[in-house]
Design a protein. Structure first.
Length: 94
């Protein structure tokens, strides 16, 4: 069984099948989620000292921090899953 990997920046990868969600860390609930994961030793920091721009939740309940924008990671996820037409994001509200 071949597993596809998701590049989350700086040479770090995550197995696509393990990803549950890709989140933006800018809200208070996400900050609480990060603090809880740190306290429970489920936090993986893959930012290499840079600003956290996205948070990835896995099926093992680990939280992975990345310095790459959530939109970029989502597009990489779609491409790695075999979707040839990745989701297009825009800043405009619909």
């Amino acid at each position: 069984m071949e597993q596809s990997l998701l590049n989350i920046g700086f040479g770090n990868t995550v197995v696509c099948d393990r990803v549950v969600s890709i989140l933006s860390p800018n809200t208070a609930p996400m900050k609480r989620l990060k603090d809880e994961a740190r306290d429970e030793r489920r936090l993986i920091d893959a930012t290499h000292g840079r600003k956290t721009r996205s948070m990835i939740v896995t099926d093992s309940n680990h939280l992975i921090l990345s310095a790459i924008q959530p939109e970029t990671i989502s597009q990489r996820y779609e491409i790695s899953r075999g979707n040839e037409n990745p989701i297009k994001y825009s800043d405009k509200s619909q």
